[in-house]
Design a binder for this molecule. Structure first.
Ligand code: BTN
Length: 228
């Protein structure tokens, strides 16, 4: 798989987007620092220089893109499996945040380019111990959880291999859903969605979130879910 690493860049997702024509399918682009890291819902993603894993993967392969909404699931499963190998107990907050000890350790941002390319951008807090400023959700990192620092280049290799492997078998929908169900952060929790309160009942076969309020159940395919 082709790889590019930058000491500093605006955003690895932005780079993949602007170079989508030139980059090969399954290119991995990482950076030690992003000056304009992007998060979901127009937020930014802040990460200290040289302490974290920040990367994007460009998918250009048409048939693979048929997996559609499952890329959120596939990516968060790939991240969680590596964290488990480090002795952590990750859970996945639908659709693709990864939590450890009730705090966010990794975020994933999917962006489309035209009709056939998809960028999977992943930020994982690895050796950052100090999180300044305001966070919607308390952050944590591998080093805070493990009380030791982690070799960032080995971690990057493991993460790239894990993601590559999971992407190659992304049509095995059942196994991803069953991993998710065993690591479901939201199950049974009270949440707010579009101003209303709901209880999370799980996900359906298409990875839509099921929300109930005692009167009805709705399925949600995108949108912001906040815990009450
Ligand atoms: C989120 O809001 O939880 C998603 C955060 C995604 C951050 C990663 S860091 C690497 C890639 N490049 C970006 O600009 N964003 C993603």
């Amino acid at each position: 798989m082709p790889r590019l690493h930058f000491d500093e860049i605006d955003s690895t997702n932005a780079y993949c987007k602007s170079h989508a024509d030139l980059l090969e399918d399954l290119s991995f682009v990482s950076a030690s620092y992003q000056s304009a890291g992007r998060g979901r819902n127009e937020r930014n993603w802040k990460a200290n220089k040289g302490e974290n894993l920040l990367f994007s993967v460009l998918l250009k392969n048409g048939p693979m893109l048929a997996c559609g909404p499952f890329f959120s699931l596939v990516s968060s499963v790939a991240v969680s499996k590596v964290l488990e190998r480090y002795g952590l107990k990750p859970s996945i907050k639908w659709p693709n945040d990864v939590y450890v000890s009730g705090k966010k350790i990794a975020g994933i941002l999917l962006e489309g380019v035209g009709s056939s390319c998809l960028i999977i951008g992943i930020g994982i807090n690895v050796n950052q111990n100090d999180f300044q400023g305001e966070y919607r959700v308390s952050p944590t990192s591998l080093s805070l959880e493990l009380r030791r620092s982690v070799d960032l280049s080995s971690f990057r290799e493991e993460m790239f291999s894990s993601l590559e492997e999971e992407l190659r078998r992304c049509n095995e929908k059942e196994s991803f859903l069953s991993y998710y169900k065993e690591h479901d952060y939201l199950l049974g929790k009270q949440v707010r969605y579009r101003g209303e309160e709901w209880v999370v009942q799980g996900v359906d076969d298409n990875f839509a979130l099921l929300l109930g309020n005692g009167k009805k159940t709705i399925s949600v395919i995108s949108g912001e879910i906040s815990l009450l």
